[in-house]
Ligand binder design. Sequence first.
Ligand code: ADP
Ligand code: RBF
Ligand code: MG
Length: 184
Amino acid sequence: MERDETSPPLLPIISPDKRGDAENLEKERKPRDLTMNWLEHPIFLFGDVVKGFGRGSRQLGIPTANFPESVVKSLPKNFNTGIYFGLAQVPSYSAEVFSMVMSCGWNPFYKNEKLSAETHIIHTFPNEFYGVELRVLIAGYIRPEWNFKHVKHLIKAIKDDIAFAEKTICTKDMTKWKRMFFEN
Ligand code: ADP
Ligand code: RBF
Ligand code: MG
């Protein structure tokens, strides 16, 4: 069955009603057990970075490297849209594997009409890198996408996602996954 933004989430998670209130988001995150967020099977995606609307850097100060539609369509059919964490590599830049946070969804704040898969790599790059290969390993789920009353709440939520991802990724030895997915 085709899933869209109206489909209920498959995973039991945070109430989608707590929207736009950074304090509520904070409260909801705290009691959660970090081990429950890992996917049973990580998902590997790769493709050339394409242009989006340019909002990530300009409006949020958080650039996201966008995958082309063909990659978005290759996601498993039962994939829950939402915010994920994992690993990322831009081979033409460096063999290094970085932590990442990723939005696979409809960007309700911007009312996008197409599903997008966008990765914020937790690393400061000296330049943009459009048109080159990006590899990601989606390792865990953070939350569903939310709508927000104000862009500052979206920015706060993304910053919290980054902190959550960094903290969570440290709890697992990913050497094997790095070897399996990112060394060639
Ligand atoms: P777009 O809407 O075209 O995706 P963004 O404002 O989201 O534009 O910026 C994304 C671009 O910024 C990426 O395609 C990449 O070239 C560059 N970039 C620089 N640093 C990063 C980073 N840490 N993570 C992801 N992309 C980055
Ligand atoms: N967009 C939303 O509309 N709601 C969200 O809850 C949301 N969370 C995000 C979390 C992360 C970690 C990232 C990287 C992006 C998120 N976005 C969200 C997408 C954001 O709107 C998008 O990256 C910008 O519009 C730039 O394309
Ligand atoms: Mg982007």
